[in-house]
Design a protein around this ligand. Structure first.
Ligand code: ACO
Length: 311
């Protein structure tokens, strides 16, 4: 029995053989990966902005240097991810152009404002916590370069999460005003963080095929459930209240039942109408334009070096 190219490909996926850049792959597999990896890269880049806002306002030199390195790590994550997308034939200039024109998506979470220092704790604890849950399984994603990039990203991401939790712990053990600040930040970030996992499985056009190709190892709802189950005890440990009146332990499923995400808000943010979408894109475009001289200088330097070695 002769297998078609597509059947051979699926057989390799089913046997957990990694797909590498020069291997044959269906066009739709390539497209899905370029879509997901480039969106992921954009999220890392835009994700620098809400925290960048607090570098100059961090409460101590120590906090400032930690935050500065965390934001630099995120730039690095973006670069690994763009490189992984390039191995599929995507052009970095085109990916960036699509981000800057508003055509490409990036994570909804980064369109919310960071209003207090406690937001730095909450972003590290909740947002990076959600990112890790989503990304640890991606270390086993079927496309080799993406999976390998995720290994280092996850190591750095777990450090980010710990530092966020430590900020929260410091605030929660501090003055009543500090604890109130931590609670207020949790109230604002809880629901947007649940949205990071994407639409419900029933409304997710890409999940079934991506699971079949082992690009995704868990569905959006599975990861959201894991997240709630992981975070509720941590909030209790901190003495904070999760802002969900429907949150309740369900012994039968050995997990929490929780309230419904406001999906209208989610799609509104994804479509570009969230609180900070315009600010974030504006800041990105400005940084790109102001960095033009660096790219030109790097190209001129490379050309000179090439000329020198050819002589
Ligand atoms: N924000 C913005 N867009 C989203 C979000 C979100 N939180 N969740 C889903 N979407 C988009 C999807 O990109 C998709 O859009 P498209 O088809 O136009 O490309 C659409 O909504 C429908 O969603 P799904 O069918 O569920 O899409 P998918 O299977 O790609 O699942 C998910 C979405 C879970 C985000 C997946 O792409 C993924 O795991 N990506 C890698 C991780 C990542 O990007 N993390 C970024 C945030 S973490 C960080 O950067 C620190």
């Amino acid at each position: 029995l002769e297998l078609t190219q597509e059947e051979q490909f699926q057989a390799r996926i089913d046997a957990d053989v990694r797909i590498e850049p020069k291997d044959w792959m269906p066009d739709a597999y390539r497209k899905t990966l370029i879509r997901q990896i480039s969106q992921h890269a954009h999220s890392e880049l835009v994700g620098m902005l809400p925290e960048g806002n607090w570098i100059t306002r961090a409460p101590s030199l120590k906090r400032k240097s930690i935050l500065l390195s965390k934001v630099q790590d995120e730039a690095g994550h973006g670069l690994y991810l763009y490189s992984a997308a390039e191995t599929l034939g995507a052009s970095r200039d085109q990916m960036l152009a699509d981000l800057h024109s508003g055509k490409a998506k990036y994570s909804s979470i980064f369109n919310y404002p960071t209003l207090s220092w406690a937001d730095m704790g909450t972003v590290g604890w909740l947002v990076d916590g959600a990112a890790i849950l989503n990304q640890v399984p991606l270390c086993r994603t079927s496309y080799g370069p993406y999976a390998r990039a995720m290994v280092r990203v996850c190591k750095e991401e777990s450090f980010h999460q710990r530092q966020g939790f430590e900020i929260m712990q410091t605030l929660c053990e501090g003055a009543p005003e500090q604890k109130a600040m931590a609670q207020e930040a949790l109230n604002r970030w809880w629901w947007p963080t649940l949205m990071m996992f994407g639409p419900k499985d029933a409304d997710s056009p890409n999940t079934a095929q991506s699971m079949n190709w082992r690009i995704k190892r868990f569905t959006n709802d599975e990861l959201r459930q894991k997240f709630v189950d992981m975070m509720v005890p941590q909030a209790e440990f901190l003495g904070l209240t999760v802002p969900d009146p429907n949150l309740k332990w369900n012994e039968a499923k050995s997990g929490y039942d929780f309230g419904e995400v406001d999906w209208e808000e989610f799609w509104n943010v994804v479509k570009g109408n969230g609180m900070c979408n315009k600010d974030r894109l504006g800041a990105r475009v400005k940084a790109h334009e102001e960095g033009a001289w660096v790219r030109e200088a790097a190209l001129a330097h490379a050309a000179k070096r090439k000329q020198r070695t050819e002589q």
